[in-house]
Write a protein that binds this ligand. Structure first.
Ligand code: PLP
Length: 445
């Protein structure tokens, strides 16, 4: 136990003793990370990487923001833990601050340790409140890895072989580049919202549906931005039948898209908004379920059947309070819009040069680049849920050049920290130019 922690020992011990998520085990980690600052992190050998993923799209304020570290240590010195039943300053202040920035009447928060538990709580609350069982969720979605959240998840991870939590009904996604109906988005029933949703409700009986859960801008599954009018249309249909709207803003919330929340782009107010990740940039595990008047009234009369030992952990709440202050005081939303515009412009120039790029889309610093075999037919460069060959190669080529990014099926995701600087956007665009150029040359051969 006293041997020196060389890189070799660390990597080998990690391989033997640490179980890594969503992976076959027994494979060594790429590198051992030694530190980070802002948009960069570095390994024990001194290699530096530009973090264009913000880790799991959560490290929005970048690595080691000094104010975050000070806020956590201040809170640790004052009170590291207190149970959820007590009022405590960091928790109360955070809930009040969320009420200030959240849309509409959303004003009361239940804290969890991450996004999955926030969604789990939202699903259960909607069921308890409405007395209905069914949850409508979309295919291209990720809502978390706990039983209920994973059952609501539509991406292939929900098919790992468990029965899941019953009652989930699927809806298609407003994927404007690849509409489910094959019609242009303007006339596609799915992209319009209500026509497709109503059809499903017709089969399911709306009086059995408790809630619809959706990512207002889909993250993991391809950065899908719905057309204007879509969310409002879903909202109105929910209102018509007393169905609750749960906006999963775990990835898109707290500035990622250039507004506080993705729903703000369309002025839509959900009944329940779930968040985590950008709420405190992941410095301490935290999630939140924030509810409006409808749930508040119900919760004031009925018991909430949910709770965790670490719900509203003071260290997490104190870091989130500081995070929200930083977002305001350091004008983070302005930076997201400015750097987002720079990234968008650079990606569109790349799209002019490389025919493999079928679509560039996103809002703020939440971008996806979709790769195709043929721009006319839009045939994906790699099959859905199949071997990722050329996509993985691009991600690896970028890594070799010090750019950390990720892909999902035929889509590259570009989600740098919200504090990213213009010169860092340019570095990333330079690397992308190189690696997409290589991929295009291999494809053309
Ligand atoms: N919801 C969305 C939209 C997410 O992107 C994620 C995680 O990536 C989750 C929920 C789950 O959050 P967590 O991993 O904190 O449980």
């Amino acid at each position: 136990m006293t041997a020196e922690w060389t890189t070799e020992r660390l990597l080998e011990s990690d391989r033997r003793h640490v179980i890594r998520s969503w992976s076959v085990q027994g494979i060594r980690a790429k590198v051992a990370v030694a530190g980070g600052e802002g948009s960069w992190f570095w390994d024990t050998e001194g290699n530096r990487y530009l973090d264009f993923q913000s880790q799991l799209v959560n490290l929005n304020l970048g690595h080691q923001h000094p104010r975050m570290i000070q806020a956590i240590s201040r809170q640790a010195e004052q009170l590291s833990y207190i149970g959820p039943s007590f009022a405590e300053r960091s928790r109360t202040e955070l809930a009040e601050m969320i009420a200030d920035v959240a849309p509409g009447d959303l004003s009361m928060s239940f804290f969890t340790t991450g996004g999955a538990e926030a969604n789990e709580s939202a699903i259960r609350l909607a069921r308890h409140m409405t007395g209905r069982q069914k949850i409508v969720a979309r295919y291209r979605s990720y809502h978390g890895a706990t039983a209920g959240a994973l059952s609501a998840t539509g991406d292939p991870r929900h098919n790992a072989g468990e029965p899941g939590v019953p009652g989930v009904v699927r809806m298609f996604d407003p994927y404007t580049y690849r509409t489910p109906s094959g019609q242009p988005p303007e006339s596609c029933p799915v992209c319009l919202g209500a026509p497709h949703f109503e059809e499903i409700l017709g089969y399911e009986d709306p009086s059995t549906v408790a809630a619809v859960i959706l990512e207002p801008i889909t993250g993991t599954n391809g950065i899908l931005v719905p057309p204007d009018g879509y969310l409002r249309s879903i909202r109105e249909t929910c209102d018509k039948y007393g169905i609750m709207l749960i906006a999963d803003e775990v990835m898109s919330g707290y500035g990622r898209t250039g507004e506080w929340f993705a729903v703000d782009h369309w002025d839509v107010v959900p009944d329940i908004l779930t968040s985590a990740k950008g709420l405190n940039s992941g410095y301490v595990p935290l999630g939140a379920m924030t509810v409006g008047d409808r749930a508040r009234d119900w919760l004031n009369r009925n018991k909430l059947w949910a709770g965790q030992t670490y719900a509203g952990h003071p260290l997490a709440c104190a870091s989130a309070v500081e995070s929200l202050k930083i977002i305001e005081e350091e004008r983070i939303l302005d930076n997201v819009r400015e750097q987002g515009a720079r990234l968008d412009a650079g990606l569109r120039l790349l799209a002019e040069r490389y025919p493999m790029i079928g679509d560039v889309r996103g809002r703020g610093l939440f971008y996806g680049v979709e790769f195709v075999r043929d721009r006319e037919t839009r045939e994906p460069l790699v099959p859905f849920n199949g071997p990722a060959g050329p996509m993985s190669r691009m991600v690896e080529d970028a890594w070799q050049r010090g750019l950390y990014l990720s892909s999902n099926n035929n889509i590259l995701r570009l989600t740098p920290p919200l504090v990213v600087q213009p010169e860092e956007i340019d570095i990333a665009l330079g690397v992308l130019d190189e690696v997409i150029g290589l991929a295009q040359a291999r494809f053309d051969d």
